[in-house]
Design a binder for this molecule. Sequence first.
Ligand code: AGP
Length: 610
Amino acid sequence: MCGIVAYVGSRQCAPMLVDGLRKLEYRGYDSAGLALHTGGRVEIIRAVGKLSNLDAALKKAPLSGTTGIGHTRWATHGRPSEVNAHPHVAGGIAVVHNGIIENHVELRASLEAAGVRFVSDTDTEIVAHLVERAQRAGDVSLEEAVRAALKQVRGAYAIAVISDHAPDEIVVAKNESPIVLGLADGETWAASDIPAILEHTRDVVFLLEGEMAVLSRGGARISTLDGTPVIRASKRIDWSPTQAEKGGYKHFMLKEIFEQPRAVEDTLRGRIDLEAGDIVGEEMGVTPELARSIRRVYFVACGTSSHAAMAGRYFIEQLARLPSTVEIGSEVRYREPVFGPEDLVVAVSQSGETLDTLAAVKAAKARGAHVLAVANVLDSAIPRVADGALYTHAGPEIGVASTKCFTTQLVALLMLAVYIGRRRETLPVHEARRITRALWHAPHLMRESLESSDAIRAIAKKHLRARDFLFLGRGTGFPIALEGALKLKEISYIHAEGYAAGEMKHGPIALIDENMPVVVLCPQDAHYEKTLSNMQEVKAREGQIIAVYTRGDDHAARFADDAIAIPAAEPEILPLLSVLPLQLLAYHMADLKGTDVDQPRNLAKTVTVE
Ligand code: AGP
């Protein structure tokens, strides 16, 4: 989400910055802008919408200069608009930023108290003011002013800053959001990702967490945020431009599968208080009063989002002790649903545009229910119609098959259940602490889960000729089984069914023979022993078991023909871990079959038709 390109050299940089931003379009954006040193002062130009609008604005009011920064914005704080587009300016300082400033509320309040007038709703404008004030107060270099400003900032950022006072200099800094530097003869680049600069240089240096760099025509001087110099050799990149856009991965879907730990971190950021065992911040979309007064929760969603909603139902029932149900958008909109003023309707949709979900939301609103949207795209149709919004911060998802949006939905819904449970006092504080700590630790365990990718590819090879698959799970493992089956169908075109493991003997067991791979989710949770019995039933009929089991549990592994280990974890975060091998299995099956993984046949990313 968001793209940054920066250049200092001797060529006119406005067109090159726009071209660089174009190479970052895959990251998604809703507005764009540039700031250039135009000789004596910094000038900016911004436009809402596509880069062609920025091009048109530049035609009307050209900017000339050889030092500049550019940005494409994917809105998080404040709606997409010209005034919220980057760069943000304070005095002679211009800043572009990718990420989220966690303590923006406090910083904004203290700057306002000191007389600063903000023009945008963004967290980024705060950084521009902090740098400007640091420079003015200490009469220091741009580098020192940025360093002083960043000491006050908490959160994730990649920033690039230029100043009236430093015509041939750009300062960049990184904490958790990517920045790569590009070195060429007499010119230096910085960008959010390699494709933006690949046309100009293949010699790059990656900034690491907590580092900054001063860019000049002669190269980049790197240091840590506390001022210790860093010497790092450049790397030569030999990727093709298309490979570079996918970060070196073969497909966007694979890149997005591996981005999930980061996407979960971004969704949790600023929302968890580990000490209090609570969910905090203004962005839950539900007030404490509403959390206490509702009598029932309806989830409405389609496809993958409906599987996240099913897990959400388990969380709400268990932690908030509210009756809850999951409705498929396309069905509920044509029923006579009994929505009412005591209901919270949670509409889950990564795109925020799915027509069937939107129609269900409108029906719920018409009957007086309070609607909360859980969406990934800011200001999309469903959040706009809803009474409140809880955004996932997965960043743009390009692969049609949803992966990182699904796991961030699971996280958002678990946070929602903890939030409501605490306010209704159905969730004791020690339990809430256990769950919030588990959530905090989840990205680390997800990284561990993803390590099985190569082993999963070998399993996929073995089953490549299978015509049907069965996926079984219990508890929150049931929606994960449904999701595993959907992923396989969508991208490999292999028929697959997901079932609650306990339902197997009520029908699907008739399908099992030596040709039927059965994926069983059997982590060591409350359902473990019952699931082991189901595995025995499959084995007795010569089904081929692929078990997703807890690392070290030899007992479960013994029942399986193929076994994929996930780390031991608290039950509430198991779905986050067990879905990863299923996404990878679907991906490798599809890739080995040679299907169009990112754009599977007949499917669209955003379904705005019935
Ligand atoms: C996900 O892999 C699918 N492509 C599809 O099921 C999707 O989840 C569904 O269309 C709902 O989309 P939404 O989350 O944007 O509402």
